[in-house]
Design a protein around this ligand. Sequence first.
Ligand SMILES: Cc1ncc(C[n+]2csc(CCOP(=O)(O)OP(=O)(O)O)c2C)c(N)n1
Length: 546
Amino acid sequence: MKEGVDTIFGYPGGAVIPMYDALYETKQIKHILTRHEQAAAHAADGYARATGKVGVCMATSGPGATNLVTGIATAYMDSIPLVAFTGQVPTHMIGNDAFQEANITGITYSITKHNYLVKNVDELPRVLKEAFYIAKSDRPGPVLIDLPKDVLVSESTAAYPQEVKMRSYRPHYKGNPRQIERAAKLIDKSKKPVIYAGGGIISSGASRELIDFAHHSHVPVTTTLMGLGAFPENDSLSLQMLGMHGTRYANYAVSETDLIIAVGARFDDRITGKISEFAPKAAIIHIDIDPTTISKSVRVDIPIVGDAKTVLLRLTALTKTKKREDWFKKINQWKEKYPLRYEKDGSLKPQFVVEKIYELTKGETIIVTEVGQNQMWAAQFYCYTRPRSFISSGGLGTMGYGFPAAIGAKIGCPDKTVFDIAGDGSFQMNIQELATVANYQIPVKVAILNNGYLGMVRQWQQLFHHSRYSQVDLSRGCPDFVKVAQAYGVEGIKIEKEEEVEPALKKAISIPGPVIMDFRVAREENVYPMVPAGAPLNEMIEERLV
Ligand SMILES: Cc1ncc(C[n+]2csc(CCOP(=O)(O)OP(=O)(O)O)c2C)c(N)n1
């Protein structure tokens, strides 16, 4: 309560009964009982991404704790602020292979920003204060607090600290002024600059500053998957997403640019393509709050360790206004020649479904995705204009993330329409959460782009393994999703033709409760453009070329 927590997503068990006992009478904190601990972690993560607050989840010792692991790793890879509470066997039994004992601090060592095993109840107030501070400050991330049962039932008079005192943890927010001046000079000199913006813009709350800087200095902006929404995609300066399934014009611009201004992005391999040929003509300015990301995979000319918001404000003040007409002429030619597109052949295309969702939901909507082709189509064919409007597992690529994360997003933002754009494979990974949406009547709208395949894997097998479709056909054994939804008391709609899409979506939006939509889409549709793994960014393949 002292940290402003209003919701905990969790699942009880023996070791955390004292925590659940305390929750029994608490009115200030709502507990959402998921049907799997993995879903509790993803829901807390979705809540954090949608609201900007710290997400909180809780599980019992042993299997409860290990079930959180995928969710914690997902949050870690995408720098999402999370505090995970786990129960632990009593302190005197730790190390004895006690019933439901797992060394969860050891297991999560490499996927948490920090973790604690609390052995004395008097440490608890300090640990709690630190955990929330560490989770949300600097480069955010998950923090785990392991609580042995005897500690949970002990009493303490230790006061809750007013502030955090940690000598070894001092985030740098301002950025080195001399480096910022050098960067400004380079930007003024550049003829063909590109801003490459990542999720750091969103966690720093720096969208406004990014828009102002880009317009002031007249620089085109491409974002990563994590950065979608950080810069409005309907802005004339937007190149939309870059990388493996980015737009042709973003990838061409990055391959041609003489200056990359990377902000809150980490040069992930899905962005750079063949690293030795990434942005071959460019100098690189890298602005990031985390010094360990700098020059990690790509050589950087001007590193600036600092908060995106603060540094962008300074850069706007220090740079001149420019036109860069030739550069934009070229970019606009690419945009005209190579728009995102798909073949319309009368069948129900997944891209069409995403376009329709956009048409009907622009505005106060949050799009959450699963992983695979559905995720890429959701990224490509919906136009994101606001931060925190696109929620997806980027770094870890966790199938099963979307549905529970959508639950968390909706709990955090009850006034927004929340869609989970899903694949049939991913949805089945946390399908049990139908019980959670039914129980609390959480009005999440799930649009399953049902191709009966593990579509993204099938696409790779088709393109790079001579169409040898090995273990990707989900059509046999696929349940009737409408009937499954109905079995949980949730509304289900099946859509098989283009003309049914709009009425179905309108109906789903108008229904006050949760809805599952089963879109039977063209089975072998592929995501294009595509940079094959290990190829340079400007070597994209498209349908008509393969
Ligand atoms: C937990 C997990 N297991 C395996 C994978 C590997 N993987 C990536 S995409 C994909 C296929 C996803 O299929 P589906 O959810 O049906 O979506 P589609 O690609 O068809 O849209 C798989 C298996 C993964 N990302 N996550």
